[in-house]
Design a protein around this ligand. Structure first.
Ligand code: RUQ
Ligand code: CUA
Length: 652
């Protein structure tokens, strides 16, 4: 979401914190229960956490993996940002992952991790996340916890309402946050109403391989599409997208997009869309986009998309309906039964909860206020299940515990509010420190939430941790939701801004973790599967070194005959077949990254020496007692030198 600066936030915050302080009265103070809380998050040395949690890295562009309840950080999965620590996005095998129609884009803003689902329940196969800035969706494989695929979304600008999945991961969706001219063209910005449009994209996911493909796009009015959630059970076949700026303002949205009382949730019937596409009601439009896929040889390659099928609500009646929603909505979340859709209006005074059943009845009865670009606007009262009154200030996102309760984050009053999905009354509230954005319950957006914990994902931590200069960490708070009253158990800092997170029981994926890559199946063209395959070749000014790494030496080690300005490709194969034995590779003056090579894997990086001399390379990962001995030298001679190309491949 758009985070206000602290200056803007402050007056509201003080009022809010006063409120929060009041609300907290009568709750056990944190000190009296501190040891009790500590024991509930304590995971003893050698013991394992109960849940895996996947947090978005926000503007770090990555995903981080935590254990719950301990809050321990295990790994950062490299997704949209180059990572010199591992060579992701730098190595020859991974560079293509970051290709886009804008060129190689080495960064993004990742917001919403989303687990694949079967029958509406996380199945532990894949994790998706959106790239918000240069519109993309990434898919990670949960056995290797590596990025397997990234698809660019054409016609889109700011891929925010993404990558939420349908009940059986038939689709992952992507909606443009910023409407833009589609197709892109050079027009005056004040022709916004005539020339700008929104686009809702449906990306098909292959049910056996996970491979994504852009199925179709729906062109919709030029609003800002913000978040979404797929129907389940009775509402399977629908996706609900929030929108704001139904004013279609193009300047100072802070004021100009907050004029109307209500914006909209767009209810989209994707089965209807499929039927319209099948009936040829779409048009094929040119669109160039990158689709980057890691092959069976572990090398990423780009396939270029050239066109996309576009349909409009005008040409496909029954495709989309607008539900009027107060006021500048952010999240739209479907409850586990699939009947309720809770919307968070950033400036709203209530949380409106829509009824899917009533929505169908309203469509049937034609309870329509007006029609916008072929999209009927249903009557608010006809689709409303109820409103949660006086929830607090700035409702954003809702998750569910599967026990008939919704939990909504309140950005401005900085709290989590628990309410009943039958009476719509507020049952409990607890402060979040501070400025909570999303919240997450393991499985809390699915048909079967695991309940137990709730994580508050907070933007501001002023005074919560040891200060670290002007930039302070964002944080997560673990809240116990098993009792009648919520109880805060733990604060822990996060990597980047944690917009959203997803979690599942560790038992679902823990035993399926890949331990090594099979060396016998390494088909990288530059692999050296054994030391006898190691060697060196020159092709003009390019030199290829096929090198093996094993505890505790490289083969070859000493290299001579390199000249200043050569492009030297080091192709490192880790020939170990043991779990948890990566080797690193770095050479003096290399101006891109190191390589971190997993057992059985080949990774390649280029080094262009700039001066004559003798330069060491070494293993960067402390792999054995003789790790410090795992080294070699490269002799670099002036251009045109007659030193012959040699590499020491002897074992003496
Ligand atoms: S958004 S809170 Cu992507 Cu709500 Cu961040
Ligand atoms: Cu190999 Cu250290």
């Amino acid at each position: 979401m758009r985070t206000p600066s602290f200056r803007q936030w402050r007056p509201a915050a003080f009022a809010a914190l006063a409120l929060v302080a009041l609300a907290a009265c009568g709750r056990p103070t944190s000190t009296s229960s501190a040891s009790d809380a500590a024991s509930r998050v304590y995971v003893a040395p050698g013991e394992k956490d109960e849940f895996y949690a996947f947090f978005s890295g926000g503007f770090s562009g990555q995903v981080s993996v935590y254990g719950l309840p301990s809050g321990r950080h295990f790994k950062t999965i490299k997704v949209f940002s180059q990572d010199p620590e591992t060579g992701y996005g730098y190595s020859e095998q991974t560079r293509a992952m970051l290709n886009t129609s804008y060129g190689n884009v080495p960064w993004d803003d990742s917001h919403h991790p989303e687990l694949s689902q079967t029958a509406g329940v996380p199945d532990g196969r894949w994790l998706f996340i959106n790239g918000n800035n240069t519109p993309r969706i990434a898919r990670m494989d949960l056995t290797s916890m590596e990025t397997a695929e990234i698809i660019e979304i054409p016609h889109s600008a700011g891929n925010h309402a993404s990558p939420f999945v349908t009940e059986n991961t038939e689709y992952t969706v992507a909606a443009t946050r910023f409407s833009v001219p589609t197709p892109q063209r050079d027009v005056p910005i004040d022709t916004y109403r005539e020339n700008f449009a929104g686009v809702l994209s449906f990306v098909k996911v292959d049910s056996s391989t996970g491979r994504m493909a852009l199925a179709f796009q729906i062109r919709v009015p030029g609003y800002d599409y913000d978040l979404s959630s797929a129907g389940k059970g009775p509402s399977h076949g629908w996706v609900f997208f929030t929108s704001y700026n139904s004013e279609e303002a193009s300047t100072l949205l802070e004021v100009n997009a907050s004029q109307r009382d209500k914006d909209f949730v767009a209810a989209v019937n994707w089965k209807r869309a499929e039927a319209c596409v099948a009936q040829g009601k779409g048009t094929r439009e040119p669109a160039r986009y990158a689709h980057n896929i890691v092959g069976p040889d572990h090398i990423a390659r780009t396939e270029w998309g050239t066109s996309v099928t576009v349909i409009t609500p005008m040409n496909c009646p029954g495709l989309a309906y607008f539900l009027p929603t107060p006021k500048s909505p952010h999240g739209a979340n479907v409850d586990p039964t699939g009947e309720l859709i809770a919307a968070g209006g950033k400036l709203a005074t209530v949380i409106p909860v829509f009824s899917f059943r009533k929505m169908l009845a309203a469509i049937e009865a034609n309870a329509v206020d007006t029609v916008i670009h072929g999209i009927p606007v249903l009557q608010y009262d006809a689709v409303l299940a109820g409103e949660v009154p006086e929830p607090g200030l700035g409702p954003l996102h809702t998750e569910f515990d599967g026990q008939g309760n919704g939990y909504t984050s309140m950005f401005v009053s900085s709290e989590v509010v628990k309410w009943s999905t039958t009476t719509f009354q507020v049952l409990d509230r607890i402060p979040a420190y501070y400025a909570i954005g999303h919240l997450m319950i393991p499985g809390g957006d699915s048909r079967k939430p695991w309940g137990k914990y709730l994580i508050a994902l907070n933007k501001i931590t002023k005074d919560r941790y040891l200060p670290t200069g002007p930039e302070l960490t964002q944080s997560a708070q673990l809240i116990d939701i098993t009792g009648e009253r919520m109880q805060i158990l733990l604060d822990f800092p996060t990597v980047g801004e944690p917009h959203y997170a997803q979690a599942l029981p560790a038992s679902l994926i823990q035993d399926r973790q890949l331990k090594i890559y099979d060396l016998a199946h390494n088909t990288d063209p530059w692999a050296a599967r054994g030391e006898s395959e190691a060697g060196i070749t020159r092709r003009g000014r390019t030199v290829h070194v096929k090198m093996t790494a094993i505890r505790s030496h490289f083969m070859p080690d000493n290299i001579e005959g390199i000249q200043v300005g050569d492009s030297v490709f080091f192709h490192i194969t880790n020939v170990e077949q043991d779990w948890d034995v990566p080797h690193g590779f770095a050479v003096t003056g290399i101006n891109n990254a190191e390589l971190l090579v997993m057992p059985g894997q080949t990774r390649s990086i280029v080094w262009v020496p700039t001066k004559p001399g003798v330069f060491p390379f070494y293993c960067t990962d402390f792999c054995s007692a003789l790790h410090q001995e795992m080294q070699g030298y490269v002799r670099v001679s002036p251009r045109g030198s007659s030193v012959p190309l040699t590499a020491n491949t002897t074992r003496r």
